[in-house]
Design a protein around this ligand. Structure first.
Ligand code: ADE
Length: 226
């Protein structure tokens, strides 16, 4: 898949792209690119934002600036091209990001993430250019960049080749394999630490009982609310 992140801070993504699981995904043919919103602005002096109509604090990223960046990238009008790919505007008030949405995005060929800054985007970016408005949680970040990294991280690790062990992304918290429940507890050596023993069933070598214990633990964590 290809993910294009439109941002005023493309340099931030250099660090992210250097991380092992991201590099793995890129090496098997997936693509992640940070596109500088300022590079294609039709306004002078690199301007990308403006004061809000109606007054109030802060600045708003202009719709014509975002449209110009998409136009340049797609070599097509972004309104006409709408619907041919997922275009996700990041905003605190959007649809909450979760594992099901990560699965949905991991199945797409082409995903665009739009990172807001300041007071966010002109509403017409959400209405006319984006297909989705997504939030990573009920708190306000200084911009969408960290939210974009969270989404890229969760999506890329679902792609074949990103993780060392392919089974590890299948049976994990909130996955279908665990009926949407949190993952079961993990233990490793030592079997006893300061009087705290690993559950005997995990040392039993009985794969059927281990499996059942894991499913039961996952379910009861889900019942407790995680
Ligand atoms: N931009 C600012 N806050 C955000 C959030 N919680 N999620 C996504 N984008 C944001």
């Amino acid at each position: 898949m290809r993910i294009d992140v439109f941002t005023l801070f493309p340099d931030w993504f250099g660090w992210f792209k250097a991380q092992r699981h991201v590099r793995n995904a890129l090496e098997v043919g997936h693509a992640l690119e940070a596109v500088d919103l300022r590079a294609t602005t039709p306004l002078g002096a690199g301007q990308v934002d403006d004061t809000p109509y109606g007054g109030g604090a802060g600045m708003v990223i202009r719709v014509d600036v975002v449209a110009a960046a998409l136009h340049e990238r797609w070599e097509a009008d972004p309104i006409e091209g709408r619907g041919s790919r997922r275009v996700i505007a990041l905003a605190a008030g959007g649809r909450r990001f979760d594992d099901a949405l990560a699965d949905e995005l991991a199945a797409e060929e082409d995903v665009v993430l739009l990172c807001g800054r300041y007071e966010g985007f002109d509403e017409r970016v959400h209405e006319q250019l984006a297909t989705d408005v997504v939030s990573i949680g009920p708190y306000v970040l200084a911009g969408g960049e960290l939210a974009a990294m969270v989404i890229c991280d969760a999506v890329l690790r679902k792609l074949r080749g990103a993780l060392g062990d392919e089974s590890s992304a299948v049976e994990e918290s909130f996955s279908e394999a665990l009926s949407g429940d949190p993952e079961y507890p993990h233990y490793t050596r030592p079997a006893e630490w300061r009087g705290n023993r690993v559950p005997d069933v995990l040392l039993s070598g009985d794969h059927g009982r281990v499996r059942q214990w894991r499913l039961d633990s996952s379910r009861s964590r889900g019942d407790e609310g995680g």
